[in-house]
Design a protein around this ligand. Structure first.
Ligand code: FO1
Length: 337
Protein backbone atom coordinates (compact mmCIF):
# COMPACT_ATOMS: atom_id res chain seq x y z
CA UNK A 1 0.00 0.00 0.00
CA UNK A 2 1.19 3.56 -0.69
CA UNK A 3 0.19 6.48 1.49
CA UNK A 4 0.92 10.05 0.47
CA UNK A 5 0.85 12.84 3.09
CA UNK A 6 0.83 16.57 2.29
CA UNK A 7 2.47 18.09 5.35
CA UNK A 8 3.74 21.29 6.88
CA UNK A 9 6.05 21.31 9.85
CA UNK A 10 5.35 20.48 13.43
CA UNK A 11 1.77 19.12 13.34
CA UNK A 12 2.32 17.28 10.07
CA UNK A 13 5.57 15.79 11.31
CA UNK A 14 4.10 14.53 14.58
CA UNK A 15 1.09 13.05 12.80
CA UNK A 16 3.32 11.26 10.29
CA UNK A 17 5.43 9.87 13.15
CA UNK A 18 2.22 8.40 14.61
CA UNK A 19 1.24 7.05 11.19
CA UNK A 20 4.58 5.21 10.84
CA UNK A 21 4.21 3.84 14.38
CA UNK A 22 0.74 2.54 13.56
CA UNK A 23 1.85 0.97 10.26
CA UNK A 24 4.83 -0.80 11.87
CA UNK A 25 2.65 -2.13 14.68
CA UNK A 26 -0.04 -3.49 12.37
CA UNK A 27 0.51 -6.77 10.64
CA UNK A 28 -0.01 -6.50 6.92
CA UNK A 29 0.76 -2.79 6.67
CA UNK A 30 4.40 -2.96 7.75
CA UNK A 31 5.40 -2.97 4.05
CA UNK A 32 3.42 0.20 3.33
CA UNK A 33 5.38 3.01 1.71
CA UNK A 34 4.79 6.56 2.90
CA UNK A 35 5.61 9.59 0.80
CA UNK A 36 5.50 13.02 2.40
CA UNK A 37 5.15 16.10 0.19
CA UNK A 38 6.60 18.87 2.33
CA UNK A 39 5.76 22.57 2.30
CA UNK A 40 8.62 24.85 1.22
CA UNK A 41 6.77 28.17 1.40
CA UNK A 42 8.25 28.75 4.86
CA UNK A 43 11.78 28.62 3.43
CA UNK A 44 14.00 31.60 4.13
CA UNK A 45 17.50 32.70 3.09
CA UNK A 46 19.08 33.97 6.28
CA UNK A 47 22.74 34.76 7.02
CA UNK A 48 23.41 33.46 3.52
CA UNK A 49 21.95 30.04 4.43
CA UNK A 50 18.90 28.43 2.84
CA UNK A 51 16.66 27.24 5.66
CA UNK A 52 13.70 24.88 5.03
CA UNK A 53 11.76 24.83 8.32
CA UNK A 54 9.00 22.39 7.37
CA UNK A 55 11.27 19.95 5.55
CA UNK A 56 13.65 20.04 8.53
CA UNK A 57 10.87 19.56 11.11
CA UNK A 58 9.68 16.53 9.12
CA UNK A 59 13.22 15.16 8.68
CA UNK A 60 14.28 15.67 12.30
CA UNK A 61 10.97 14.50 13.81
CA UNK A 62 10.89 11.30 11.73
CA UNK A 63 14.67 10.81 11.91
CA UNK A 64 14.97 11.23 15.67
CA UNK A 65 16.85 14.52 15.95
CA UNK A 66 14.02 16.93 16.70
CA UNK A 67 13.82 19.16 19.74
CA UNK A 68 10.63 17.65 21.18
CA UNK A 69 10.06 20.77 23.26
CA UNK A 70 10.21 23.20 20.33
CA UNK A 71 8.99 20.98 17.50
CA UNK A 72 11.63 22.59 15.29
CA UNK A 73 15.44 22.47 15.24
CA UNK A 74 17.64 19.98 16.96
CA UNK A 75 17.62 18.46 20.42
CA UNK A 76 20.69 19.26 22.62
CA UNK A 77 20.96 22.50 20.68
CA UNK A 78 23.13 25.54 21.42
CA UNK A 79 22.87 29.01 19.89
CA UNK A 80 26.46 30.30 20.09
CA UNK A 81 26.71 31.24 16.41
CA UNK A 82 23.45 33.18 16.83
CA UNK A 83 24.94 35.06 19.80
CA UNK A 84 28.12 35.84 17.87
CA UNK A 85 26.15 37.09 14.87
CA UNK A 86 24.16 39.35 17.21
CA UNK A 87 27.44 40.61 18.69
CA UNK A 88 28.36 41.74 15.21
CA UNK A 89 25.01 43.48 14.97
CA UNK A 90 23.98 41.21 12.11
CA UNK A 91 20.25 40.99 11.44
CA UNK A 92 17.90 39.23 11.89
CA UNK A 93 18.43 38.77 15.61
CA UNK A 94 14.90 37.33 15.92
CA UNK A 95 15.73 34.15 13.99
CA UNK A 96 16.68 31.18 16.18
CA UNK A 97 19.67 29.76 14.34
CA UNK A 98 20.84 26.66 16.21
CA UNK A 99 24.46 25.48 16.01
CA UNK A 100 23.64 21.85 15.18
CA UNK A 101 20.89 23.04 12.82
CA UNK A 102 23.43 25.23 11.03
CA UNK A 103 25.22 22.14 9.71
CA UNK A 104 22.03 21.17 7.88
CA UNK A 105 21.72 24.65 6.38
CA UNK A 106 25.41 24.63 5.34
CA UNK A 107 25.08 21.27 3.57
CA UNK A 108 21.88 22.43 1.86
CA UNK A 109 23.29 25.81 0.83
CA UNK A 110 26.47 24.43 -0.63
CA UNK A 111 24.64 21.67 -2.52
CA UNK A 112 22.18 24.22 -3.94
CA UNK A 113 25.13 26.44 -4.90
CA UNK A 114 26.69 23.46 -6.68
CA UNK A 115 23.51 23.15 -8.73
CA UNK A 116 21.70 20.30 -7.01
CA UNK A 117 17.91 20.73 -6.93
CA UNK A 118 16.23 20.92 -3.52
CA UNK A 119 14.81 17.41 -4.00
CA UNK A 120 18.34 15.99 -4.38
CA UNK A 121 19.54 18.01 -1.38
CA UNK A 122 16.65 16.70 0.71
CA UNK A 123 17.41 13.12 -0.32
CA UNK A 124 21.08 13.63 0.63
CA UNK A 125 20.18 15.01 4.06
CA UNK A 126 17.67 12.18 4.59
CA UNK A 127 20.44 9.63 3.86
CA UNK A 128 21.75 10.58 7.30
CA UNK A 129 18.43 10.88 9.12
CA UNK A 130 16.57 7.93 7.54
CA UNK A 131 13.10 9.35 8.26
CA UNK A 132 11.41 6.18 7.04
CA UNK A 133 9.45 8.07 4.39
CA UNK A 134 10.20 9.46 0.97
CA UNK A 135 10.40 13.20 1.73
CA UNK A 136 9.67 15.32 -1.34
CA UNK A 137 9.79 19.11 -1.48
CA UNK A 138 6.54 20.37 -3.00
CA UNK A 139 8.66 22.11 -5.66
CA UNK A 140 12.36 22.47 -6.50
CA UNK A 141 11.83 26.08 -7.46
CA UNK A 142 12.41 28.73 -4.81
CA UNK A 143 9.11 30.00 -3.40
CA UNK A 144 8.47 32.07 -0.27
CA UNK A 145 5.31 32.93 1.65
CA UNK A 146 5.18 36.64 2.32
CA UNK A 147 2.54 38.26 4.49
CA UNK A 148 0.89 41.57 3.58
CA UNK A 149 0.18 43.69 6.66
CA UNK A 150 -0.82 47.31 7.23
CA UNK A 151 1.95 49.81 6.55
CA UNK A 152 3.09 52.53 8.93
CA UNK A 153 1.09 55.19 7.09
CA UNK A 154 -2.70 54.81 7.14
CA UNK A 155 -3.94 53.23 3.96
CA UNK A 156 -0.58 51.73 3.08
CA UNK A 157 0.58 48.17 3.48
CA UNK A 158 3.82 46.24 3.31
CA UNK A 159 4.94 42.67 2.91
CA UNK A 160 7.23 40.74 5.22
CA UNK A 161 8.61 37.24 5.08
CA UNK A 162 6.37 34.65 6.72
CA UNK A 163 9.13 33.78 9.21
CA UNK A 164 9.39 37.37 10.41
CA UNK A 165 5.60 37.52 10.79
CA UNK A 166 5.52 34.13 12.57
CA UNK A 167 8.65 34.38 14.77
CA UNK A 168 9.23 38.09 15.38
CA UNK A 169 5.60 39.17 15.48
CA UNK A 170 4.02 35.88 16.62
CA UNK A 171 1.42 36.34 13.86
CA UNK A 172 0.00 39.26 15.88
CA UNK A 173 0.09 41.69 12.94
CA UNK A 174 -3.26 41.24 11.17
CA UNK A 175 -2.49 39.57 7.86
CA UNK A 176 -4.30 41.09 4.89
CA UNK A 177 -3.07 38.49 2.45
CA UNK A 178 -0.56 35.68 2.03
CA UNK A 179 1.45 35.81 -1.17
CA UNK A 180 3.44 32.79 -2.33
CA UNK A 181 6.24 34.59 -4.14
CA UNK A 182 7.52 32.59 -7.12
CA UNK A 183 4.59 30.19 -7.27
CA UNK A 184 3.74 31.11 -10.88
CA UNK A 185 7.10 29.74 -11.99
CA UNK A 186 6.98 26.74 -9.68
CA UNK A 187 6.41 23.20 -10.89
CA UNK A 188 5.63 20.20 -8.69
CA UNK A 189 8.88 18.65 -7.52
CA UNK A 190 10.05 15.31 -8.92
CA UNK A 191 7.68 12.54 -7.86
CA UNK A 192 5.06 14.83 -6.33
CA UNK A 193 2.22 14.38 -8.83
CA UNK A 194 2.95 10.67 -9.17
CA UNK A 195 2.86 10.27 -5.36
CA UNK A 196 -0.62 11.81 -5.32
CA UNK A 197 -1.93 10.04 -8.41
CA UNK A 198 -0.53 6.58 -7.53
CA UNK A 199 -1.41 6.67 -3.82
CA UNK A 200 -3.81 4.22 -2.23
CA UNK A 201 -4.59 6.88 0.36
CA UNK A 202 -3.89 10.64 0.47
CA UNK A 203 -3.81 12.19 3.95
CA UNK A 204 -4.00 15.86 4.95
CA UNK A 205 -2.56 15.90 8.52
CA UNK A 206 -3.34 18.60 11.09
CA UNK A 207 -0.93 21.10 9.54
CA UNK A 208 -1.81 24.73 8.99
CA UNK A 209 -4.51 24.63 6.28
CA UNK A 210 -3.51 28.06 4.95
CA UNK A 211 0.26 28.48 5.00
CA UNK A 212 1.27 24.81 4.99
CA UNK A 213 -1.21 22.55 3.18
CA UNK A 214 -2.80 25.53 1.43
CA UNK A 215 0.64 26.48 0.15
CA UNK A 216 1.37 23.00 -1.20
CA UNK A 217 -1.99 23.11 -3.03
CA UNK A 218 -0.98 26.36 -4.74
CA UNK A 219 1.87 24.72 -6.67
CA UNK A 220 0.41 24.49 -10.20
CA UNK A 221 -1.02 21.02 -10.80
CA UNK A 222 -1.08 19.82 -7.19
CA UNK A 223 -4.65 20.78 -6.30
CA UNK A 224 -5.90 19.21 -9.52
CA UNK A 225 -3.96 16.02 -8.76
CA UNK A 226 -5.53 15.75 -5.29
CA UNK A 227 -9.01 16.51 -6.66
CA UNK A 228 -8.68 13.81 -9.32
CA UNK A 229 -6.66 11.02 -7.65
CA UNK A 230 -8.38 7.63 -7.42
CA UNK A 231 -7.20 7.44 -3.81
CA UNK A 232 -9.52 8.47 -0.99
CA UNK A 233 -8.50 11.86 0.45
CA UNK A 234 -8.89 12.12 4.22
CA UNK A 235 -7.99 15.11 6.37
CA UNK A 236 -7.49 15.64 10.09
CA UNK A 237 -8.78 18.84 11.67
CA UNK A 238 -6.02 21.09 13.03
CA UNK A 239 -8.71 22.97 14.96
CA UNK A 240 -10.13 21.52 18.18
CA UNK A 241 -12.88 23.26 20.10
CA UNK A 242 -12.52 26.45 18.05
CA UNK A 243 -8.78 26.83 18.50
CA UNK A 244 -5.66 25.51 16.81
CA UNK A 245 -4.10 22.66 18.74
CA UNK A 246 -0.73 24.31 18.23
CA UNK A 247 0.65 27.27 16.35
CA UNK A 248 -1.35 30.19 15.07
CA UNK A 249 -3.57 28.79 12.33
CA UNK A 250 -6.41 30.97 13.66
CA UNK A 251 -4.52 34.11 12.60
CA UNK A 252 -4.05 32.57 9.15
CA UNK A 253 -7.66 31.43 8.79
CA UNK A 254 -8.91 34.88 9.79
CA UNK A 255 -6.81 36.39 7.01
CA UNK A 256 -8.66 34.33 4.39
CA UNK A 257 -12.08 34.73 6.00
CA UNK A 258 -12.44 31.15 7.24
CA UNK A 259 -13.83 30.59 10.73
CA UNK A 260 -11.59 28.79 13.19
CA UNK A 261 -13.73 25.67 13.50
CA UNK A 262 -13.26 22.05 12.48
CA UNK A 263 -16.28 22.32 10.19
CA UNK A 264 -15.20 25.56 8.51
CA UNK A 265 -11.77 24.18 7.66
CA UNK A 266 -13.35 21.10 6.07
CA UNK A 267 -15.69 23.33 4.06
CA UNK A 268 -12.65 25.38 3.04
CA UNK A 269 -10.99 22.26 1.58
CA UNK A 270 -14.38 21.33 0.11
CA UNK A 271 -16.14 18.05 -0.61
CA UNK A 272 -14.66 16.07 -3.48
CA UNK A 273 -17.97 14.38 -4.18
CA UNK A 274 -20.43 16.98 -2.96
CA UNK A 275 -24.10 16.25 -2.64
CA UNK A 276 -26.10 17.70 -5.50
CA UNK A 277 -26.20 21.47 -5.45
CA UNK A 278 -23.02 21.99 -3.38
CA UNK A 279 -19.97 23.61 -5.04
CA UNK A 280 -17.71 20.96 -6.50
CA UNK A 281 -13.92 20.74 -7.06
CA UNK A 282 -13.35 20.16 -3.41
CA UNK A 283 -10.65 17.84 -2.09
CA UNK A 284 -12.04 15.89 0.83
CA UNK A 285 -13.69 12.50 0.97
CA UNK A 286 -13.30 12.24 4.72
CA UNK A 287 -12.54 14.48 7.71
CA UNK A 288 -11.69 13.67 11.34
CA UNK A 289 -12.91 16.03 14.04
CA UNK A 290 -12.19 15.91 17.77
CA UNK A 291 -14.69 13.87 19.73
CA UNK A 292 -16.61 15.77 22.38
CA UNK A 293 -15.68 19.32 21.39
CA UNK A 294 -16.46 19.04 17.70
CA UNK A 295 -18.75 16.03 17.39
CA UNK A 296 -21.54 18.39 16.28
CA UNK A 297 -19.61 19.01 13.05
CA UNK A 298 -20.14 15.44 11.86
CA UNK A 299 -23.76 15.76 10.71
CA UNK A 300 -23.38 18.99 8.68
CA UNK A 301 -20.25 17.65 6.99
CA UNK A 302 -21.95 14.35 6.14
CA UNK A 303 -24.79 16.43 4.68
CA UNK A 304 -22.19 18.21 2.52
CA UNK A 305 -20.83 14.92 1.17
CA UNK A 306 -17.77 14.66 3.43
CA UNK A 307 -17.66 11.49 5.53
CA UNK A 308 -16.84 12.66 9.05
CA UNK A 309 -15.83 10.88 12.23
CA UNK A 310 -15.37 12.27 15.75
CA UNK A 311 -12.27 10.76 17.39
CA UNK A 312 -9.65 12.00 19.92
CA UNK A 313 -7.35 14.36 18.01
CA UNK A 314 -4.86 15.49 20.66
CA UNK A 315 -1.40 14.16 19.78
CA UNK A 316 -0.47 13.80 23.43
CA UNK A 317 1.85 10.87 22.82
CA UNK A 318 2.87 8.37 20.16
CA UNK A 319 0.04 5.94 20.92
CA UNK A 320 -2.62 8.68 20.74
CA UNK A 321 -1.19 9.92 17.45
CA UNK A 322 -1.01 6.38 16.07
CA UNK A 323 -4.69 5.94 16.97
CA UNK A 324 -5.54 9.13 15.02
CA UNK A 325 -3.64 7.80 12.01
CA UNK A 326 -5.46 4.48 12.31
CA UNK A 327 -8.79 6.31 12.41
CA UNK A 328 -7.85 8.26 9.27
CA UNK A 329 -6.94 5.04 7.44
CA UNK A 330 -10.16 3.37 8.65
CA UNK A 331 -12.18 6.28 7.28
CA UNK A 332 -10.23 6.09 4.01
CA UNK A 333 -11.22 2.42 3.66
CA UNK A 334 -14.86 3.35 4.28
CA UNK A 335 -14.99 6.17 1.73
CA UNK A 336 -13.03 4.12 -0.81
CA UNK A 337 -16.02 1.86 -1.47
N1 FO1 B 1 10.16 29.16 15.39
C1 FO1 B 1 10.14 30.09 16.39
O1 FO1 B 1 9.08 30.30 17.00
N2 FO1 B 1 11.28 30.78 16.73
C2 FO1 B 1 12.44 30.60 16.08
O2 FO1 B 1 13.44 31.27 16.40
C3 FO1 B 1 12.50 29.61 15.05
C4 FO1 B 1 13.69 29.34 14.37
C5 FO1 B 1 13.70 28.28 13.43
C6 FO1 B 1 14.89 27.89 12.82
C7 FO1 B 1 14.91 26.83 11.92
C8 FO1 B 1 13.72 26.14 11.63
O3 FO1 B 1 13.75 25.09 10.79
C9 FO1 B 1 12.52 26.51 12.24
C10 FO1 B 1 12.51 27.59 13.13
N3 FO1 B 1 11.31 27.96 13.77
C11 FO1 B 1 11.30 28.91 14.74
C12 FO1 B 1 10.04 27.30 13.45
C13 FO1 B 1 9.43 27.84 12.17
O4 FO1 B 1 9.34 29.23 12.19
C14 FO1 B 1 8.02 27.25 12.04
O5 FO1 B 1 8.02 25.99 12.58
C15 FO1 B 1 7.55 26.99 10.65
O6 FO1 B 1 8.05 27.82 9.73
C16 FO1 B 1 6.03 27.07 10.72
O7 FO1 B 1 5.51 25.95 10.10
Amino acid sequence: MRITVLAGGIGGARFTRGLLHHLRASAGTAATEVTVVGNTGDDIRVFGLQVCPDLDSLMYTLGGGISEERGWGREDETFVVKEELAAYGVQPTWFGLGDRDTATHLVRTQMLAAGYPLSAVTAALCARWEPGVELLPMTDERVETHVVVDGDEPGTHRALHFQEWWIRHRAALPAREFVLVGVDDARPGPGVLEAIRDADVVLLPPSNPVVSIGTILQVPGVREAVASTAAPVVGVSPIVGGAPVRGMADACLAAIGVATTAEAVARHYGARRPVVGEPDSGLLDGWLVHDGADADAVAPLEALGIAARAVPLLMTDLEATAAMAAAALDLASVVRR
